[in-house]
Design a protein around this ligand. Sequence first.
Ligand code: AMP
Ligand code: ZN
Length: 499
Amino acid sequence: MAKPTFRLHDTMTREVKELRTLEPGHLRFYSCGPTVYSYAHIGNFRSFLTADLVIRTAEALGWKVSFVNNITDVGHLTQDDVADLGGEDRMEKALAREGQRFASVWDLAEHYIEAFKTDWRRLNLKEPMTRPRATEHVAEQIRMIEGLVANQHAYETPTGVYYDVTSFKNYGKLSGNVDQEALFRGVREVVSDDNKKHPADFALWKKDPKHLMQWYSPWDWGFPGWHIECSAMARKYLGDTLDLHAGGEDNRFPHHECEIAQSEGLTGKTFSNHWIHTAFLQVEGEKMSKRLGNLFTVGELVDERGAEALAVRYSLISGVYQKPLNFTMQTLEDANRNVERFRSSDALVAKALEAGRPGDDAIGSDLEELYDASLAGMCDNLNTAVGLAKALEGTRVILREGESMSAASAKSGKEFLDKVNALLGIVRYDNGYDANPCGDHKASHIDEAVVTAKIAERDAAKKAKDFATSDKIRDDLAALGVELRDSPQGTTWHVKPRL
Ligand code: AMP
Ligand code: ZN
């Protein structure tokens, strides 16, 4: 089949259009990363998973992808719904909250970055080309601000350096906030500096000799604003014009609008040719955010509730990214079941390959068609509903073959599962993450050595045809939340999610 065209919704033009790259077959892609003042929640990961699916789809088409996902470790203030952020730096505020645990704001950042990377890996997201930290790119930000001052898009006041929004005629284009009244609504209440030319002008640099993280600049000691970091780091690693820029829907305004003003104000070139935004994840119908406190982290779901990380991934990608997704425990339970189907198919195919039974390939052409349909779904604006449904249909085809599967069918089955996994990442880890051999989904209250011993005891009882004992062992383990699965390869176990 000819390769499908990769089409994505573009926030700028508000239409689904072909994702074109400046250099054929090479996608330069930037997605706003986490602010590391706390553990990332599954809503954040919904947005990162959208980026992951773009990467996987592009790679399935044979493209090379240069993907940058930054780390925001300074400058993201608490009032971030207006362009000129106000309030406290989220990092400093977190240190005040958790001062007992961390010696400094740097240690706090380090801790949450590590936790973020772990969750990233266990949700089977592909590693970015680079994960630049804002605090390690202050020189680049300063240089960019100097350029904007020099070409009169920015000016200095006693409190900082501000971007003159009236100097950039396209300000408001991405978010549709083109009418000045809408754009500047709410801004007046938080005006931080009477010397600003316009209340909506936003800070590129904040002078603040008391800030915990501060740098020397042509405008005295202080720290960079949140928006400038992404302009500076995207430019450094991906060039003046990106093929694609992504983020959650809250990033559209003000963050991305400000990035455009800064980057295009400096270079005079289009900053990104395509923009995508992921709708928010909700929990039981409510908005989820660190601030509202109704969030789940990957750790909570996996370590405390015993969910499988790949099932968390599955549930988070089960809804099309442009629509809000309501995360419920039912979604997770369904995802658990589906991931299990992929795993059983994988095991069945591996066993049939080993057995090497003669016979024709009975499933190859069906599976090929299903993979093509799955890829076509993903190329159609990341339609995961279709992508996942077609992949699941493939497991039905494989499992139907059962124990008598020929080696030729098994070879097609393996090819299918490998390709589906490369596209959707739901069969097994392919990002280098080494889930421990017993799975990373074991709840901490369960002693793995005890479970392994009990399974051996049960095997012995079964061999001796003492089914009363083997059933009792199964029931005892079930009471602890441990579910056993017997397969021709032996018995595996997992902790049944407490959903
Ligand atoms: P933050 O750590 O707040 O800087 O956010 C990191 C990324 O997660 C950004 O792209 C946000 O737009 C995105 N995000 C935040 N909350 C949610 C949510 N509930 N659902 C989806 N994406 C979100
Ligand atoms: Zn950003």
